[in-house]
Design a protein. Structure first.
Length: 271
């Protein structure tokens, strides 16, 4: 009755004379409608523009945008899947193992691994139901499952003047039930050449959607690939993450301060 009601937050901002709102980590931080409501009320939203929130909020559309921006994406099928039989055909074409994912999913929900046709037949409808129940969206996509995976994310920071930087990586491969347990920076797995390639792709994606403020591009990396080229776009978190102090520790930057300065229209003071 309070922190999820945008109109009450905006009312409180007006009554206290606040000229900006930082939405925090969750709840309204990635909701396009809240960012638009702030703009309409003449209050700065400390985060990215509503268009970027919308573009990156849908996992299927965000992967299509990433592909168009020249970002590596996991081989898979990003269209509408009509039924289980079609899902089986698609999985066979991609090659097992595959991961079935709810388009609007997150936090480890709406994900099922399939090593065979039987797994797809047993799991496809269940994945759809979980997506609908948890996120109000039953669309599912299927992609190749990356074996010996590592989960690495790139912190980006941009201003409203076209400047976008990557602030290196955080490794978050130690997880329980798809939830991060430990974050480490720099990653012991990432080489300087790999860091540069991943960072440049993250910036290219942010630029493609007109992104500014702080954001995180999540990548899945093949631990079995020794070339350093086996990294793929997973999703973009269009907000400050809980684990942002890990990046602050290695860069000396205050990311919340940077977000507020960007929202006020200042250019980045770093290059």
């Amino acid at each position: 009755e309070s922190y999820l009601k945008a109109e009450l937050i905006l009312l409180a901002a007006k009554e206290t004379g606040a000229d900006c709102i930082h939405p925090g980590y969750g709840f309204l931080s990635e909701r396009e409608s809240f960012a638009r409501a702030c703009a309409e009320a003449g209050i700065a939203f400390v985060g990215p523009p509503p268009t970027a929130l919308a573009a990156m909020g849908d996992k299927i559309e965000s992967k299509k945008l990433a592909q168009a921006a020249g970002v590596n994406v996991v081989p898979g099928f990003l269209g509408e899947i009509a039924d289980t039989d079609e899902a089986v055909r698609i999985a066979s074409d991609i090659g097992y193992p595959v991961m079935m994912k709810a388009s609007a999913g997150g936090g480890g929900k709406g994900m099922r691994l399939a090593y065979s046709e039987r797994d797809v037949r047993e799991g496809f409808e269940a994945t759809k139901r979980e997506g609908l129940a948890s996120f109000g969206d039953d669309r599912v996509f299927i992609e190749k499952f990356i074996e010996s995976p590592r989960h690495i994310e790139i912190q980006v920071l941009g201003d409203q003047h076209g400047n976008i930087l990557y602030l290196n990586e955080r490794e978050c491969s130690i997880q329980r039930r798809h939830q991060k347990v430990v974050e480490e920076a720099p990653s012991p797995f990432v080489t300087p050449a790999m860091r540069k390639a991943m960072g440049e792709q993250a910036v290219a994606l942010a630029r493609a959607v007109g992104y500014y403020s702080a954001g995180t591009v999540e990548l899945i990396v093949s631990g079995a690939d020794t070339t350093g080229q086996g990294f793929y776009f997973l999703e973009m978190n269009t907000r400050l993450q809980v684990e942002h102090p890990v990046t602050e520790e290695i860069t000396g930057l205050d990311l919340v301060e940077q977000m507020i300065r960007v929202a006020a229209g200042e250019p980045l003071g770093i290059t």
